[in-house]
Ligand binder design. Structure first.
Ligand code: ZN
Length: 367
C-alpha cells in the first residue's frame, strides 16, 4: 500500500531546516540505503563519489538555519504603517536618502546600497551573493544592511527601494522571511528610519547609482554566504526525486513495453487521455489482453491476425478508417513517441478505441 508523501507544512520556513533534513533523510533511507549507498549520489549512471555537480548532494550549508530576531512582534507594537510607504512615491529631496537595489543576471547575484547627500554619493556598500540566492533575498539584504547602517546615527534617513515585493514583506506582520523580520525589528527600534518605494529607471540618480553598484557587485568577487531560499531547496529536492524515479523507471522489471514509449518521467500532467493510454499500454479492448485474463479463448482478431494494439491501429482491415502508417520494427518506439505527442494522432486514437468498444462483437471472434 502506498503512503502519501508528507505535505510541506504551510508555516514551514526555509530557515526551519528540520523539515528539509527529514525529507532528505526519507528520500535517502527509502532509496539510497536500499542500494547500499553511503552518500547522496547518483547510484547507477553518475560517479561513485559525491561532488558539487551531483544532483543528489545537498550540503549542510544550504539548510543551515538563519538567525531570527529574538522576539515576535505583538500586534499592538507593530506600528509600521507610517514608516513603510508602499504606494506613494517617496519625496527624495528631504534629508539624507539611501538607495538600495538587488540584481540577478545569468546566475550572478549581487546587492548594494548608496547613501546620497545633495545628489552626491557619500557612502556605498556592495556584496556578491551565491547563484542560488534569489533577487528577493538580494533586495532584502541590501535594505537590511542600509537599515543597520542608518541605525548607527540619530539622523533621519529615508531608504528608497524599487522592490515593492520586499516592502510588502517588511510591512506585513505575517511575513515568514527572517530578513524582513530583522528589518522590522530595526525599524521598530529606530524611529529615525523610513522606508519608501520609488519607480526604477525613471531618472532618480540615486536609484541608477544603486542599480549600477548591484550589477557591479554581482560580477565582482566579494563572496557573502547566505543560505539558499526555500524555492531553491524545493527545486533541488525535486531534481533528486525525479532522478531516483528515472533510475527506477529505467532499471525496473515491469512496464517494459510502455518504457519504450515513455522514456522520460515527469511530474507535469500527461497530455494523454484514457484511450491513448489503453492503446500504448495494451490494456484495453484487445483480444491479446482479454486472453491474458481468460476473458477470451483466442488472442486473434476476427480477421485472423494477432489482436495487438498495433494491429488495430495500422493493419486490421476491419478498422481501416482509423489506420496510421505502419512503422518498421526498428523504428517502432519513435513511431509511438510521434503518435502520442501529436494532437491530431491522439484524436484519431480516441476515435479508434471508441469504434472498437462499440463494435466489439464484430471485431472479436465469438468465444
Ligand atoms: Zn484484424
Amino acid at each position: 500500500m502506498c503512503s502519501r508523501p508528507p505535505r510541506i507544512p504551510t508555516s514551514c520556513h526555509f530557515s526551519d531546516s528540520s523539515y528539509f533534513t527529514t525529507r532528505l533523510q526519507n528520500v535517502w533511507s527509502s532509496k539510497g540505503q536500499q542500494r547500499g549507498l553511503t552518500h547522496f549520489q547518483p547510484d547507477k549512471k553518475g560517479s561513485s563519489t559525491p561532488s558539487k555537480e551531483s544532483p543528489y548532494l545537498i550540503s549542510q550549508e544550504l539548510i543551515a538555519p538563519l538567525p531570527r530576531p529574538p522576539f515576535k512582534f505583538h500586534l499592538a507594537s507593530f506600528d509600521l504603517e507610517t514608516r513603510v510607504s508602499l504606494d506613494r512615491i517617496f519625496n527624495t529631496f528631504e534629508s539624507i536618502s539611501i538607495y538600495t537595489d538587488g540584481s540577478k543576471r545569468d546566475d550572478r547575484t549581487g546587492c548594494a546600497f548608496c547613501v546620497r547627500e545633495n545628489n552626491i554619493s557619500t557612502s556605498e556598500w556592495i556584496a556578491q551573493l551565491k547563484p542560488r540566492n534569489s533577487v528577493f533575498q538580494a533586495e532584502l539584504i541590501a535594505t537590511k544592511e542600509a537599515c543597520t547602517w542608518a541605525s548607527q546615527s540619530n539622523q533621519p534617513f529615508k531608504i528608497c527601494t524599487d522592490s515593492k515585493t520586499s516592502l510588502h514583506s517588511i510591512s506585513s506582520l505575517k511575513t515568514n522571511s527572517p530578513l524582513a523580520q530583522h528589518i522590522q525589528s530595526i525599524l521598530l527600534n529606530f524611529p529615525n528610519i523610513k522606508l519608501g518605494y520609488i519607480k526604477a529607471h525613471v531618472g532618480y540618480a540615486g536609484n541608477e547609482a544603486a542599480d549600477l553598484l548591484a550589477k557591479k557587485a554581482s560580477s565582482e568577487r566579494i563572496p557573502t554566504q547566505y543560505p539558499a531560499p526555500k524555492s531553491f531547496l524545493k527545486k533541488k529536492l525535486h531534481a533528486i526525486s525525479t532522478q531516483l524515479w528515472q533510475n527506477e523507471w529505467d532499471n525496473g522489471e515491469t512496464g517494459r513495453n510502455f518504457h519504450l514509449k515513455l522514456l522520460k518521467v515527469k511530474t507535469s500532467p500527461a497530455t494523454c487521455q484514457r484511450p491513448e493510454i489503453m492503446l500504448a499500454t495494451g490494456q484495453g479492448p484487445f483480444p491479446i489482453y482479454f486472453k491474458r485474463f481468460d476473458l477470451r479463448t483466442t488472442e486473434c482478431c476476427s480477421c485472423g491476425e494477432l489482436g495487438t494494439p498495433l494491429h488495430f491501429a495500422t493493419s486490421c482491415r476491419l478498422a481501416s478508417s482509423y489506420h496510421f502508417t505502419k512503422p518498421s520494427s526498428d523504428l517502432e518506439h519513435l513511431w509511438w513517441k510521434r503518435v502520442l505527442n501529436d494532437t491530431l494522432s491522439r484524436i484519431q486514437i480516441r476515435k479508434l478505441i471508441n469504434f472498437m468498444l462499440k463494435n466489439e462483437d464484430n471485431l472479436f471472434p465469438p468465444n
